[in-house]
Design a protein around this ligand. Structure first.
Ligand code: HEM
Length: 410
C-alpha cells in the first residue's frame, strides 16, 4: 500500500468507529497506520478510546483487573432488554471472573492438546473430501465450498451436533456476530435477536438429549458444560445455553476467515505461495503470518474499572476502550517491515488470539484447522486462481470474505 493512500490529518482527526468511510471496510490498514502515527490513543466522539499501538493493546489485555470484559454497561443501550443482550452478557468472553473462570475451565478441559491431536485424522479426511469434490466442479467458491465447510464440522463435532442439524448454524452465527459491529441497524438487531431465540430453542432440545445420554466428557464440550466440575458449581441453564452459542460462533466464523484470508493472501503474493508449495514445512509459520497480517478478529473491547493511564493518556473509571488488533499486529515497533506478508516471519508474537486471561481458548484447534486446510489446498491445487473479485464481508470487527470465486483446474 503506497503512502498515496494515507488518510489525511483531517480524516484521522475526525475518525469515528461509528461512521467509518467505505474505504475502511476494504482496507483498514492505512487508517490504522495513520492513527498509530498521529493519535495512537485516539479519543472518539462518544468518549471511548481506540488503541492502535501493540504495547498499549497488550498492556490492556494483560491487566484484567484494570480493564474489565463485562459488557453490561455498554450493551444495555445498544441492545435494550433483548435476547442479544442476554446472550452477549452471559458468554464467558464478555465476563470477568468468577463466571469467566468457571466456564473457561470447563471448555479448556475438552480442548487439551491431546483432544485436539485426536481430531486431526477426522479433519484431514474432511479436507480431502472437500478437495476431491472440487476436482469434479473446478469453478468453486472458496468460502462456501471450502473455508466455511471445515470449522462448522469441527465445532459441530465438539458439541456433538448431529450432522443433519448443522445447516442453520452458520446463518445464526453470522446474524449474532453482525450485531457486534460498532453500529447495529434495526434490521441487524432484529435478525440477531431472532437468531439467538432460534439457536436457544434448538440447543434446549440438544441439551435435553445429552442429559439423557451423556457423551465422553474428555471430548464432548457439551457434556462437560452440563456436568460441571467435580465438586464445583454447575452452570445455570441460561449460562449453559449462551456459552454453547458463543463457542459455536467463536469457533467458526473466525476460522473460516483464517482459511479464506490465507488463501487470498497467498494468491495475491505469488512468491509466497511458491515458497510454501516448495517447502510445505513452512505451513505453521504461514498460518501465524496470516493471523497477523489479516487478523480475522480485528477489534476487541474493554472498560476501565478505575482511573488509569494508557499510553500516557489519563482515562477515568468506566471508559470504554477498543483494542485494534489488526493495527497492533502491524506496529513497526513490534514487527520488522510490518506491511510485508512473509510466511517465514519469525518471531511473530501477534495478538490475533488476544492475550491474558481471555486469550482464545480454541487457538490450538484454529491453528490446526488453518494449517491442514491451507497446506492440503495448495498441495492439491498449487495453480488455483481467482476467477472474479473476492467479496469482502463489509464488517469492521470480523475481517473476511463472503465469496471468493475461484478455478482449481489441475
Ligand atoms: C482463527 C480463529 C480464531 C481467532 C482469530 C480467534 C480470536 C479470539 C480472540 C481475539 C479472543 C479474545 C477475545 C477477548 O479477549 O476479548 C478469543 C476468545 C475465545 N475464543 Fe477464539 N478465535 C479463533 C478460533 C476459535 C476456536 C476454533 C474456538 C473454539 C473451539 C474459539 C474459542 C474461543 C473462546 C471460548 C474464547 C473466550 C476465551 C475467554 O474469554 O477466556 N476460538 N478468540
Amino acid at each position: 500500500m503506497s503512502l498515496a493512500n494515507e488518510p489525511s490529518a483531517a480524516t484521522i482527526a475526525a475518525f469515528d468507529l461509528r461512521q467509518l468511510p467505505a474505504e475502511f471496510y476494504v482496507d483498514p490498514f492505512p487508517f490504522y497506520r495513520a492513527l498509530r502515527d498521529r493519535e495512537p490513543v485516539k479519543r472518539l466522539p462518544d468518549g471511548s478510546y481506540l488503541l492502535t499501538r501493540y504495547a498499549d493493546c497488550e498492556f490492556v489485555y494483560k491487566h484484567p483487573a484494570l480493564f474489565s470484559s463485562d459488557k453490561r454497561r455498554e450493551y444495555r443501550p445498544k441492545y435494550g432488554d433483548s435476547p442479544l443482550y442476554e446472550h452477549h452478557t452471559t458468554s464467558l468472553v464478555f465476563n470477568d471472573p468468577p463466571l469467566h473462570t468457571r466456564v473457561r475451565r470447563l471448555i479448556n478441559g475438552a480442548l487439551t492438546p491431546k483432544a485436539i491431536a485426536e481430531m486431526q485424522p477426522g479433519l484431514e479426511a474432511l479436507v480431502d473430501r472437500l478437495l476431491d469434490r472440487m476436482a469434479t466442479t473446478p469453478s468453486v467458491d472458496l468460502i462456501e465450498d471450502f473455508a466455511a465447510a471445515i470449522p462448522i464440522e469441527i465445532i459441530g463435532n465438539l458439541l456433538g451436533v448431529p450432522s443433519a442439524e448443522r445447516e442453520p448454524l452458520r446463518g445464526w452465527s453470522l446474524a449474532i456476530l453482525r450485531a457486534l459491529e460498532p453500529v447495529v441497524t434495526p434490521i441487524a438487531a432484529e435478525r440477531g435477536n431472532r437468531a439467538v431465540r432460534d439457536f436457544i430453542a434448538y440447543l434446549e432440545t440438544l441439551v435435553e438429549a445429552r442429559r439423557r445420554k451423556p457423551g465422553d466428557p474428555d471430548r464432548d464440550v457439551l457434556t462437560r458444560l452440563i456436568q460441571g466440575e467435580e465438586q464445583g458449581e454447575r452452570l445455570t441453564a441460561p449460562e449453559l445455553l449462551h456459552n454453547c452459542i458463543f463457542l459455536l460462533n467463536a469457533g467458526h466464523e473466525t476460522t473460516t476467515n483464517l482459511i479464506g484470508n490465507g488463501l487470498v493472501a497467498l494468491h495475491r503474493h505469488p512468491e509466497q505461495l511458491e515458497r510454501l508449495v516448495a517447502d510445505p514445512g513452512l505451513i505453521r509459520s504461514a498460518v501465524e503470518e496470516v493471523l497477523r497480517y489479516e487478523s480475522s478478529n480485528q477489534l476487541g473491547n474493554r472498560i476501565t474499572t478505575q482511573d488509569v493511564e494508557v499510553g500516557g493518556v489519563a482515562m477515568a473509571a468506566q471508559t470504554q476502550i477498543t483494542i485494534a488488533i489488526g493495527a497492533a499486529n502491524r506496529d513497526p515497533e513490534k514487527f520488522a517491515d510490518p506491511e510485508r506478508f512473509d510466511i517465514g516471519r519469525m518471531p511473530n508474537r501477534h495478538l490475533a488470539f488476544g492475550s491474558g486471561i481471555h486469550q482464545c481458548a480454541g487457538m490450538g484447534l484454529a491453528r490446526l484447522e488453518g494449517a491442514i486446510a491451507i497446506a492440503k489446498f495448495v498441495e492439491r491445487y498449487p495453480r488455483f486462481r481467482l476467477s472474479g473479485e473476492p467479496v469482502r464481508g463489509g464488517r469492521a470487527r470480523f475481517r473476511g470474505f463472503l465469496k471468493v470465486p475461484c478455478r482449481v483446474d489441475p
